[in-house]
Design a protein around this ligand. Structure first.
Ligand code: MN
Length: 228
């Protein structure tokens, strides 16, 4: 057996409701503009055009229960999203089989350095600096399909300091979960451990240190994430 030249990086793993076992993460895909009202607020056409994806890193997922305000930005935005965890994958997955690959679902946030993302957009450059920073995706406990089925409707809400800022319904997704899985699998080989952040409803906006974000999705409970 070969040895490593340096200490191998640890596996990112997320807690699962009702079990002591953890879900190990491989990749994180995020869809852009998947709720019409959010596409409009970002200055885009809400029509159904081909979906687009970007990625975060597995170790950007954060279960600490708090969000540290990141460096080099003065406009960090909240985006509440439902995370989809895969237990298997493949290529060219048919729409009708897509949900068979889902292990469970969780609350998550796609925190965004909007000022840096905006500069990158203007220059036609990649988004990582705005999206894939340390601890940029707070995530909640995973609820398994065995426990909750496949949520495809239900209220999505984010409050800052008790005031509603984002609200929508899972049924407003332009590209539904099976469609996202099927589409991604044409371009990538999906696999067990992959996570998909499914987009955010309207109302994104800035957070400040000292704020507290309360995120909830019907069927997935809620979590309180202070900005520190
Ligand atoms: Mn997002």
């Amino acid at each position: 057996m070969s040895t490593y030249t340096i200490e191998p990086p640890g596996v990112v793993a997320l807690p699962v409701a009702g079990t002591g076992a953890m879900f190990p993460v491989r990749r994180v895909y995020c869809i852009g503009r998947n709720y019409a009202a959010h596409a409009v607020e970002m200055g885009h056409d809400p029509d159904r055009e081909a979906p687009f994806f970007f990625q975060k890193n597995a170790d950007n997922l954060d279960i600490s229960g708090e969000f540290p305000y990141p460096p080099e930005s003065s406009d960090v935005h909240h985006e509440i999203e439902m995370a989809v965890m895969l237990k298997s994958g493949g290529s060219n997955i048919a729409l009708e089989h897509a949900l068979d690959h889902v292990y469970g679902y969780a609350l998550s946030l796609d925190m965004t350095r909007r000022d840096l993302q905006g500069e990158q957009k203007k220059m036609g450059r990649p988004w990582e600096i705005g999206k894939a920073f340390e601890r940029s995706a707070p995530v909640g406990i995973i609820h398994t399909v065995d426990d909750i089925g496949h949520p495809d409707q239900g209220r999505v809400e984010l409050k800052i300091n008790g005031e509603v800022r984002q609200e929508g319904d899972l049924n407003q997704m332009i590209w539904k979960v099976p469609e996202m899985i099927s589409y991604l699998s044409v371009y990538f080989t999906l696999a067990a451990g992959d996570v998909i952040l499914s987009g955010t409803p309207a109302g994104v906006g800035p957070v400040s240190k000292g704020d507290s974000m309360r995120v909830s999705i019907e069927g997935l409970g809620s979590m309180e994430i202070p900005v520190v």
